[in-house]
Design a binder for this molecule. Structure first.
Ligand code: ZN
Length: 247
């Protein structure tokens, strides 16, 4: 059994709660789909924990913005202010930049493609549930997905299928998606550990046993994380308040 986490966003309370859950399930192999940092108050702690515990980590747009000015320029004011603050914090870890710079954009878990954002634009494209309504772009993405693909980035968990549907976890029986190779392709968004945006506040991640994906939600001390964010002037209050709204 494996665990796949994404979009931690410097939220150590959420990340520790998720690792506790992973430990309770006895899972040793943890994979991270990027955005370890950005937005939140504990980049150093999150980076350390991920380096210690994750077998494989791929890069996200926020991880890249740490060393790549151009990617930071595409960010909104809140996000880029948080990145500038994060860069200062990470000076405490001498090889942090090298580590982030060397993260791959694409990887495989059990032969399944993994990217932070989208199969066609691994770092930036937001594959939102709206794609299942507009359909055209989603159909194009599936031309580039060999069978299945794990993604994060939108912070909205769920399963897109090549029938051009989107199913949030609560629409799946027992929050479980059974892979059906040869019959159905799927793009599986594992959700966000540190900043969920599906109107739910608990940290989200998935477990994967090679045949099925189970979406898990883990409560954590979000008031504490929010309080830290509100106490750091470089981090917009909105970034703290949204943790209580889940959006
Ligand atoms: Zn993110």
């Amino acid at each position: 059994m494996k665990a796949i986490i994404s979009d931690l966003h410097s939220n150590i309370e959420a990340l520790e709660a998720v690792f506790d859950d992973i430990d309770r399930l006895g899972i040793k192999d943890v994979y991270c789909l990027g955005d370890i940092i950005g937005y939140g108050p504990n980049p150093i702690e999150c980076l350390k924990l991920v380096r210690e515990r994750c077998k494989l980590v791929i890069t996200g747009n926020h991880d890249r913005a740490i060393y790549d000015k151009e990617s930071c320029e595409s960010f909104n004011v809140r996000a880029s202010k948080a990145i500038k603050w994060t860069i200062e914090q990470l000076e405490e870890i001498p090889d942090a930049l090298d580590y982030l710079r060397n993260l791959p954009e694409v990887a495989e878990i059990d032969g399944i493609m993994c990217v932070h954002a989208s199969p066609l634009d691994p770092i930036r494209e937001y594959v939102t549930p709206q794609y299942a309504i507009e359909k055209r772009r989603l159909a194009l993405l599936f031309e580039h997905v060999p069978n299945f693909c794990f993604v994060g980035h939108t912070h909205i968990p769920g399963v897109f299928t090549d029938r051009l549907t989107f199913n949030p976890p609560e629409k799946l029986f027992s929050n479980l998606y059974m892979l059906d190779p040869g019959n159905e392709k799927a793009l599986i968004n594992v959700g966000s550990v540190g900043q969920p945006r599906d109107s739910k506040v608990d940290a989200c991640y998935v477990t994967f046993d090679g045949d099925s994906v189970v979406f898990r939600r883990v409560p954590y001390a979000k008031e504490k994380t929010r309080g830290k964010i509100l106490g750091i002037p470089a981090l917009d209050d909105f970034l703290g308040n949204r943790l209580l709204a889940g959006r």
